[in-house]
Design a binder for this molecule. Structure first.
Ligand code: SF4
Length: 315
């Protein structure tokens, strides 16, 4: 599979068949918490960075011919998926292949553009990010291209909420000492009231970040923020055991493919594969001894990471 990956366990979406529509790492932000590292192609230019026809062919092969099982089809990227100029076309095509929810993970920065909102109106669920409202914390946490301004991001998401029949879940990722000051949360609350999303999802640095000094908030601190943001707000829990049995066997290549997209704990991989922890431990040890993966400590968790850095998006 060149563009699609998984199905992979998602913290929010269940078993998600991912489709990665940009080459690594094409983005207009370089978030300090990004789990796929620093942005190498730093751009705001929308273009068909990967062949639309090739992506369609692969999707059709998997969904129609192979009849792969999944809970939702998630458009993501090794960067920001709205930078792909054919996103709307791809969503329309995907709709002809499946009735499962079509999801787009986005950093929200281009939603102010009419053509991007038009594309996103073809999705069932859009998950835009809004990490900070005040300019300084916005710059510190997201490290955007200079043309990107938080007020434009907010206005774009607000307009999409009015124009789409799909759901809008806004994610806010808080980094200790960067965008979690009381004033930041107050501004965020005002912005979210203006956007009026269906859900607000509060997150923190739970996977190895782009910079080692990006630190998570504690659960108690996240709960305080949730209380301020109100009933629609929830703390995104760690990935829970998925009951879908799409994957029964432990395949080394499949594990490597998953790890090339995002770091995973043993628990994550076990949940996806349905494998028992003991045999999985042996498998992972074997892969590590071959020099194909590494382990990285983050917080109290140990993540397996691919030595072939690559694709995927932690949003
Ligand atoms: S977290 Fe998403 S928006 Fe931020 S740099 Fe990584 S890919 Fe881009």
């Amino acid at each position: 599979m060149k563009y699609c990956f998984g199905p992979v366990p998602s913290r929010r979406l269940g078993l998600s068949l991912g489709v990665d529509i940009l080459p690594a790492k094409t983005c207009n932000l370089s978030c300090i918490y990004c789990e796929i590292g620093r942005t190498t192609n730093f751009t705001c230019k929308r273009a068909a960075y990967l062949s639309t026809d090739s992506i369609k062919r692969e999707l059709e092969g998997l969904i129609v011919k192979k009849n792969i099982q999944f809970d939702c089809l998630t458009f993501t990227a090794s960067g920001e998926p709205t930078l792909h100029s054919d996103l709307g076309n791809l969503l329309l095509f995907a709709r002809t292949l499946t009735s499962k929810p079509l999801v787009v993970l986005t950093n929200g920065t281009l939603i102010w553009m009419d053509e991007v909102r038009e594309a996103l109106c073809n999705a069932d669920l859009v998950l835009p990010s809004l990490d900070a409202v005040r300019p300084r914390p916005f710059r510190r946490v997201n490290r955007p291209l200079t043309c990107i301004k938080p007020e434009r991001v907010i206005e774009g998401i607000r307009r999409l909420r009015r124009e789409t029949t799909g759901q809008i879940w806004v994610e806010t990722l808080l980094v200790k000492g960067i965008n979690d000051a009381p004033e930041d949360i107050r501004c965020l609350e005002n912005a979210l009231n203006a956007i009026n999303p269906h859900r607000i999802q509060i997150n923190t640095v739970v996977r190895p970040p782009a910079v080692p000094w990006a630190r998570p908030l504690s659960l108690a601190e996240l709960e305080q923020v949730r209380n301020i943001l109100g009933k629609r707000a929830e703390i995104i829990a760690s990935f829970k055991k998925n009951t879908n049995q799409a994957c029964q066997s432990i395949e080394e290549t499949r594990i490597l493919e998953m790890l090339a997209r995002r770091p995973l704990t043993l628990e994550d991989i076990a949940n996806l594969t349905g494998a028992d922890r003991q045999s999985l431990k042996l498998t992972m040890r074997g892969i590590k001894e071959k020099g194909l993966i590494n382990t990285e400590h983050h917080g109290k968790k140990i993540f397996f990471t691919s030595l072939k850095k690559g694709t995927g998006n932690n949003r």
